[in-house]
Design a protein around this ligand. Structure first.
Ligand code: SPV
Ligand code: MG
Length: 308
């Protein structure tokens, strides 16, 4: 069965106005014949830079936000720290933000609280994965216990009931990460579709896209499919277009780029006891001032800070 795009219902006041964040994300993830791309953001600056590069939507990455705070991606950062980071990301651009909500930080009750708070922070959607609390990043370690299908479906149903009007709900399947194979992944995808998910994120940590493409063939687009080609990065995106995948998420690349650049700069400054040689390699301050719209502040000062 092909998925039938269902509009995220416009909330009161949005009928004639600018589309809501959820409506913008819905177009990209759920009702678009084109392959969409979401770029990772973990703070206001990374969000701003992604928008400048032309991305039309953002992924607020759990791994990248945790890393930037100095935490491990193992639910060490709290749900309220996640919401705070999302607020900064949302405030920094006009782009819709799909938030990596991990497993919802507990049971159905924690998941719906998180979703409500993300909606209030201006997020466009939430992705919930069928992991157990506390989760561990999918790309490390061997212990990835899966949530019970019915219990996780309950988490999805309650989030759908709580925020159907304001957030796109993506159900993320960790069955391939946990080594359970294609049949389990498909079984879960159908259960999560029945529970009200708007899209399915199928995750893999293989170095080729084979198991993702097998899933897509078997799934036959009952709901749109979102993928995360971090480990199978060599596959050209034309393969995803051909497979009619909806959305590719580049989930951690700004954080990793920043880590590599900061390390180079720190190593060089420490070794040389000078910043002279790295100056041409780092962003000039005028670029930072421009990215963060200091010009707008100067204009506002003229308007609002005039001596009477
Ligand atoms: C994230 O960006 O935090 C993700 C994707 O969940 S992954 O790190 O591949 O699990
Ligand atoms: Mg994550």
């Amino acid at each position: 069965m092909q998925y039938q795009p269902q509009a995220v219902r416009p909330t009161a006041g949005h009928q004639c106005a600018r589309p809501s964040p959820a409506e913008m994300l819905h177009v990209q993830v759920c009702s678009n014949d084109e392959l969409s791309f979401l770029m990772e953001a973990h703070d206001g600056l990374s969000a701003t830079i992604a928008q400048r590069s032309g991305f039309k939507g953002l992924w607020a990455s759990g791994l990248s936000i945790a890393s930037s705070l100095g935490y491990r991606d193992a639910n060490e950062a709290s749900w309220s720290q996640l919401v705070q980071s999302v607020e900064r990301i949302v405030d920094s651009t006009e782009l819709p933000v799909l938030v990596d909500g991990d497993g919802g930080f507990g049971n159905f009750n924690n998941a719906r609280l998180l979703a409500r708070k993300l909606g209030q922070a201006g997020a466009a959607g939430v992705s919930l994965e069928d992991s157990c609390f506390p989760k561990l990043n999918s790309l490390i370690g061997e212990r990835h216990p899966l949530a019970d299908i019915d219990e996780f479906s309950g988490r999805l149903r309650t989030v759908k009931d709580a925020v159907a009007e304001t957030l796109v709900l993506v159900a993320r399947i960790e069955a391939l990460i946990a080594g359970h194979g294609l049949n389990e992944a498909i079984l879960r995808a159908h259960a999560y579709a029945d529970a009200g998910a708007d899209a399915i994120l199928i995750h893999s940590r293989k170095s080729t896209a084979d198991e993702i493409l097998s899933f897509v063939t078997e799934w036959r687009n009952r709901l749109p499919v979102v993928i995360v080609p971090t480990t199978y990065y060599r596959t050209p995106v034309s393969a995803y277009r051909d497979a009619r995948i909806s959305t590719v998420v580049w989930t951690n690349h700004s954080m990793r780029a920043a880590a590599a650049a900061m390390r180079r700069a720190c190593d060089s400054i420490a070794a040389q006891e000078s910043v002279a040689s790295i100056e041409p390699q780092i962003a000039p301050l005028c670029e930072i001032f421009e990215l963060l719209r200091y010009d707008e502040l100067a204009v506002a000062e003229k308007q609002y800070l005039q001596p009477r």
